[in-house]
Ligand binder design. Sequence first.
Ligand code: G1P
Length: 301
Amino acid sequence: MTGAATSQTFRTAIVPAAGLGTRFLPATKAVPKELLPVVDTPGIELVAAEAAAAGAERLVIVTSPGKEAVVKYFETQPELEENLTAKGKDELLDKVRRGPALLAVETAIQEQALGLGHAVAQAEPNLKPDDEAVAVLLPDDLVLPTGVLERMSAVRAEFGGSVLCAFDIPKAEISPYGVFDVTDTDDEDVKRVHGMVEKPKPEDAPSTYAAAGRYLLDRAIFDALKRITPGSGGELQLTDAVALLITEGHPVHVVVHRGGRHDLGNPGGFLRAAVDFALETPEYGPSLRAWLTERIGTDRP
Ligand code: G1P
């Protein structure tokens, strides 16, 4: 068995994808933002692939009425597959089959946009009796290179409780995030969490460690989610449910991810991700690099 297999602590991953995507209007009038392609692959497939690679067998997508296309994306398309097979387009066939083959996808519906905590709570009826912990992946966040969920699993196997992913970021940029109050452990990249606050002002932030859209949550989170009241932005915050568990003695740790991150939640971050990924492809990389170099070189402020 591999290390990842021995410390596997979850089978179900939850992806909240119920938001209106207002920062991508007008495109999101018709296309859910989770389906916008990073080069040619929707962001939600990248996140589903990350969950599957970390051992998830089921993906519960929390979506809202009108965003059914997000779940449909993971259904097979026999006619399209036959068509591509007949034409011998094997590479395209592989791409078309890739998403549906990753893991079993289910839906939970969030009828009203009452916050991230509320969205995650909608997945509770989908859980199996043996789901002692679940992974939550926010599809706006790409955490690179992938693999942080495996490290988080290993930390849960060691300490129990819940494990989140943190980024160390400049204090001036901390306000859009959930921020951890931490102390060190023997491992430089693993910290014990003593509190968590959603979207603090820089002067109120307990540290520079921010939540980065990857959570490995003990099932106890669903009970905590029933007991929180609206917090930052008037919304039911996942952060507040984690903070509540901490006050009740539940162990919470973070794995500090030292790699990169893309924010697919706004057009600027999305474009960076698309360019970053495209530069890595043999098909588009070299010509994009040459064009960008020329474009930037000739740019006049
Ligand atoms: C959410 C979480 C926040 C976290 C962030 C990561 O905020 O509430 O704690 O730091 O995702 O991207 P949102 O970006 O939905 O405002």
